[in-house]
Write a protein that binds this ligand. Sequence first.
Ligand SMILES: NC(=O)c1ccc[n+]([C@@H]2O[C@H](COP(=O)([O-])OP(=O)(O)OC[C@H]3O[C@@H](n4cnc5c(N)ncnc54)[C@H](OP(=O)(O)O)[C@@H]3O)[C@@H](O)[C@H]2O)c1
Length: 200
Amino acid sequence: MRKLVYYIASTLDGFIAGPDNSDPTGPDGFWPIPEDYIQHLIAEYPETLPAPARAALSITADGTHFDTVLEGRRSYEIGLKAGLTNAYPHLRHLVFSRTLTESPDPDVELIADDPAATVRELKQQEGKDIWLVGGAELAGALYSEIDALIVKLSPMTIGSGIPLFSHKAVFEPRTWELTDHTVLKSGAAFLTYARRTPTA
Ligand SMILES: NC(=O)c1ccc[n+]([C@@H]2O[C@H](COP(=O)([O-])OP(=O)(O)OC[C@H]3O[C@@H](n4cnc5c(N)ncnc54)[C@H](OP(=O)(O)O)[C@@H]3O)[C@@H](O)[C@H]2O)c1
């Protein structure tokens, strides 16, 4: 069965963004992206690069991990504000929102229903794994459905910001088995974990 994978960039102190809900890796962002990190993304996860980056780098590869991406409305709107109605036209793209009434793009599916129920349906369908891009609130709503984590760990701390899971997530301690890892010269690391059973 296909898995729900939270594939996410995190600081050493467990934050996915600063406190202001902006894009930390954007032009005005504070989050440096080392060259070896970009090369690793291109080689291993080309499907996770947004369309403008794929075009600029002449990437056409489908990738091997994901064919579907799930986004929370606030994360989606970061691209929207930059004029990008669909950052991932090469993937099936679902955006969760109870406030947006009309999709800004014919290829972006707006979902107001329970994300966990939607994910359980998606898992029954054929396909590659499902990429949970974030942000923290959607990841919190899907906490119990996440089968694997791929943490793109950045060798930086920021002190405060948006955590991997929003504080609205359930308290449900889980342990994860490290199944793959790549540590880059820049100090960034790609850590892949599979879910074990709950400890509590
Ligand atoms: N480091 C990374 O790799 C990475 C990746 C992605 C995002 N981010 C960062 O994450 C931040 C945004 O994260 P966030 O936690 O603030 O917001 P988010 O999870 O992206 O979006 C939250 C919105 O998703 C919708 N949503 C959440 N739970 C839902 C549910 N149960 N049912 C239906 N809709 C639901 C709601 O939209 P409505 O209010 O419209 O109902 C909610 O306001 C940004 O700063 C972004 O840069 C970082």
